[in-house]
Design a binder for this molecule. Structure first.
Ligand SMILES: C[S@@+](CC[C@H](N)C(=O)[O-])C[C@H]1O[C@@H](n2cnc3c(N)ncnc32)[C@H](O)[C@@H]1O
Length: 223
């Protein structure tokens, strides 16, 4: 077993339970969750693996599974209602290349072997804008170290945020990790206001735009 990154004591998410599931959501969960669930320590799916961390209501993780049938997609999200939505989508579309973890992704990551991931998405992580809450942000040095252990050399990391302070915070930490490791993650330098190709959008991104904030995307290569 790998050692737990030392920042797991900070909760990075707010509520994990929202509204009680409807009878029909519960029925979908009962039927399809056992097939879709992945737990820490489970055998990983075959082939190149892409991980989406904090998929929210699931629109992007479903898009990945739908548009990349040859990839194994894993989504991690503690929020029950988001999980139920993603499970319904996967069931309705018959997606068989998607597995879902319900919980803190760090519990899943710590059990994963080195270099097992080809790509990781972290899209609009909870911003925790108040300075006394900044320590709850997911992008922390120990977390970057863990991502670096898991992403294979040449693999990529896509990070998006609409909070300039979080962007600065994250870039500072990626740079200092790269200096310390003599490699780390290298940003591709592309226009941060341009989303990746065929971008479907996410629920949180739409909310950010409605509220007048600008989303930024950063693609890094794991050296
Ligand atoms: C602001 S929302 C963005 C959701 C989605 N990516 C979007 O763009 O609509 C951040 C999400 O990250 C999830 N999250 C926070 N910490 C997490 C963790 N440690 N592991 C997995 N998911 C986490 C939250 O539950 C929440 O759904």
């Amino acid at each position: 077993m790998n050692s737990q990154p030392d920042d797991t004591r900070f909760r990075t998410f707010g509520r994990a339970k929202g509204r009680t599931l409807t009878v029909s959501q519960q029925a979908v969960m009962t039927e399809h969750w056992p097939r879709l669930e992945i737990r820490p320590g489970d055998t990983l799916p075959d082939g190149p693996i892409w991980l989406e961390i904090g998929y929210g209501m699931g629109s992007h993780v479903l898009h990945l599974a739908r548009t990349h049938p040859d990839m194994s997609i894993i989504g991690a999200e503690p929020f029950l209602n988001g999980t139920a939505k993603a499970v319904r989508g996967a069931a309705e579309e018959g997606l068989d290349n998607l597995r879902l973890f319900r919980g803190d992704v760090r519990e899943l990551m710590t059990e994963m072997p080195d270099r097992c991931l080809e790509r990781v998405y972290i899209l609009f992580p909870d911003p925790w804008p108040k300075s006394r809450h900044n320590k709850r942000r997911l992008i922390r040095t120990a977390f970057i170290t863990e991502l670096h252990r898991l992403i294979a050399p040449g693999g990529s990391l896509i990070f998006a945020s609409d909070i300039p302070h979080y962007v600065d915070w994250a870039l500072t930490r990626f740079r200092s990790h790269a200096r310390q490791t003599g490699g780390g993650f290298v940003w591709d330098g592309s226009d941060p206001k341009q989303p990746p190709e065929n971008w479907p959008g996410t629920k949180y991104e739409a909310k950010a735009r409605r509220e007048g904030r600008t989303p930024y995307w950063f693609t890094f290569t794991r050296v």
